[in-house]
Design a protein around this ligand. Structure first.
Ligand code: C2O
Ligand code: CU
Ligand code: CU
Length: 462
């Protein structure tokens, strides 16, 4: 969607809202007449048709699902005027961006929650190009579960010769008539998390996505689900992995199948057939709703372009290389509490099923901040030795930094950059990074129910 359209939509909804937004948003002085933001993003209750037999009450960015696509440019400032029209506080987190700490969107840790009816101007520079996403960081089981997830694309400084295709994955906990099933079931939260019952790709059920024939495509696949792991594959088609979790890899590798946990992304380079009407399915080899998740279908290209040969690597992001010789090693054990505790007096689920280094942090106690898991020295290199001591997988995510995955005892690793590592049960893995971004950075599992039931902490860099 074009910026202009977004701004227009927002202006219409603003008129009714009577918020003091215009004074906030319009510039004066030397920049007079130029809006001080690129996008307006409103979180609001809305209706959408997701289930086959009836509408659902969703929470939507600009009242829609899928959410508006936000495009930014590498090295440039992105300004998003956020308006909270939910009945509860929220924040927006920019997943995967090496952002300034006060723009990271974690309630109490990096900013005050944006109250119902409130606004917040997010303004930050995107140092890295790639496929990222945005979502609230409050009441996440519900706010993300009911639709507040969207794609954030940061374009390379030098335009790349690829045709973009966004493939946004999200499951819903809905009955066929559009009413909700419980978003979280404790005995599932205690295992791999509560899975959805209806799968959407770009808001649709098993859609066919038109793509130009004979083009070099960049399939930007985003797992924006709360829970599910996809094992992505194009089977016999020759697609190449060009980026993992937003970060280009030095040499593209042929896709066989690639596990992609909640919050993770995969960019594939693929040359579509020249033939018009060719259909190319994309699979989840775990096959939760049948193997196929969606298919591409070739249509005549709108512009005549040269014959595409090969899948070029994308330029690498300017992520600093950790100095492994001087790096300090810290250990993190992810453990399973293994016992159900009762709900608290407010009727909220108050289970702590998961621990990081023997500590659990459940979301409702977000206000009384616990101590950081570790305090890191600004500018120093660190190696984190991660141990998943549970019988379940966990996509472990670090805010504000991009780390290098060095090794694992479960698979052969060619070191790569990422913001999330999917740890298999009982896996040991080593990651490393330069602690070059000061602030308090969340370190948590992206299975939303796991983070809500303990698998969450933060590190401080200063
Ligand atoms: Cu998508 Cu705390 O992150
Ligand atoms: Cu994040
Ligand atoms: Cu987890």
């Amino acid at each position: 969607m074009k910026r202009r359209t977004l701004l227009k939509t927002a202006a219409v909804s603003l008129a009714g809202a009577n918020l003091p937004i215009l004074t906030l948003a319009m510039s004066s002085g030397e920049n007079a007449g130029r809006a001080e933001y690129d996008y307006i993003l409103t979180a609001e209750p809305a209706k959408a048709r997701i289930a086959p037999n009836g509408d659902s009450d969703i929470l939507g960015f600009n009242g829609q699902f899928p959410a508006p696509l936000i495009r930014a440019k590498q090295g440039q400032t992105l300004r998003v005027m956020f308006i909270n029209k939910l009945n509860e506080p929220t924040t927006i987190h920019w997943h995967g961006i090496r952002i300034e700490n006060n723009m990271d969107g974690v309630p109490h840790l990096t900013q005050a929650p944006v109250p119902a009816g409130g606004t917040f101007l997010y303004e930050f520079t995107c140092p890295d190009a790639g496929t990222f996403w945005y979502h609230p960081h409050m009441n996440s089981v519900e706010q993300l579960g009911k639709g507040l997830v969207g794609a954030l694309i940061v374009e390379e400084t030098i335009p790349q010769d690829y045709h973009d295709v966004i493939i946004g994955l999200k499951d819903w906990r809905l009955n066929k008539d559009g009413s909700y099933l419980p978003l979280s079931i404790p005995r599932e939260a205690f295992r791999d998390g509560t899975l959805g019952t209806i799968a959407t790709v770009n808001g649709q059920l098993k859609p066919t996505i038109d793509v130009p024939a004979g083009e070099r495509l960049r399939l930007r696949i985003l797992n924006m689900d709360n829970t599910r792991v996809f094992n992505l594959s194009m089977r016999n088609e020759s697609a190449q992995i060009i980026a993992i979790d937003g970060n280009p890899i030095a040499v593209p590798i042929a896709l066989d199948s690639h596990p992609t946990g909640a919050g993770m992304r995969l960019d594939l380079g693929y040359i579509s057939p020249n033939e018009i009407g060719a259909e190319i399915p994309i699979f989840d080899m775990k096959g939760r709703f049948g193997l196929e998740i969606c298919r591409l279908k070739t249509v005549p290209p709108t512009k005549t372009s040269k014959v595409k040969m090969g899948i070029p690597a994308l330029p690498l992001n300017p992520v600093p290389a950790p100095d492994l010789l001087s790096a300090k090693t810290l250990n993190f054990a992810f453990e399973w509490a293994g016992a159900l505790s009762p709900s608290n007096t407010k009727g909220q689920v108050d289970h702590n099923f998961w621990l990081i280094n023997r500590r659990a942090w459940s979301d409702h106690s977000h206000q009384d901040l616990p101590d950081p898991l570790a305090i890191l020295k600004l500018g120093k290199s660190y190696i984190f030795e991660l141990h998943n001591a549970t019988p379940h997988h966990h996509p472990i995510h670090l805010h504000g930094l991009i780390f290098t995955v060095l090794e694992s005892d479960k698979k052969d690793i060619t070191p790569f950059h990422t913001d999330t590592i999917l740890l298999e049960k009982n896996e040991h893995a080593k990651i490393a990074f330069v602690a070059d971004n000061p602030g308090k950075w969340m370190f948590h599992c992206h299975v939303i129910e796991h983070m809500k039931t303990g698998l969450m902490g933060y590190i401080t860099i200063k």
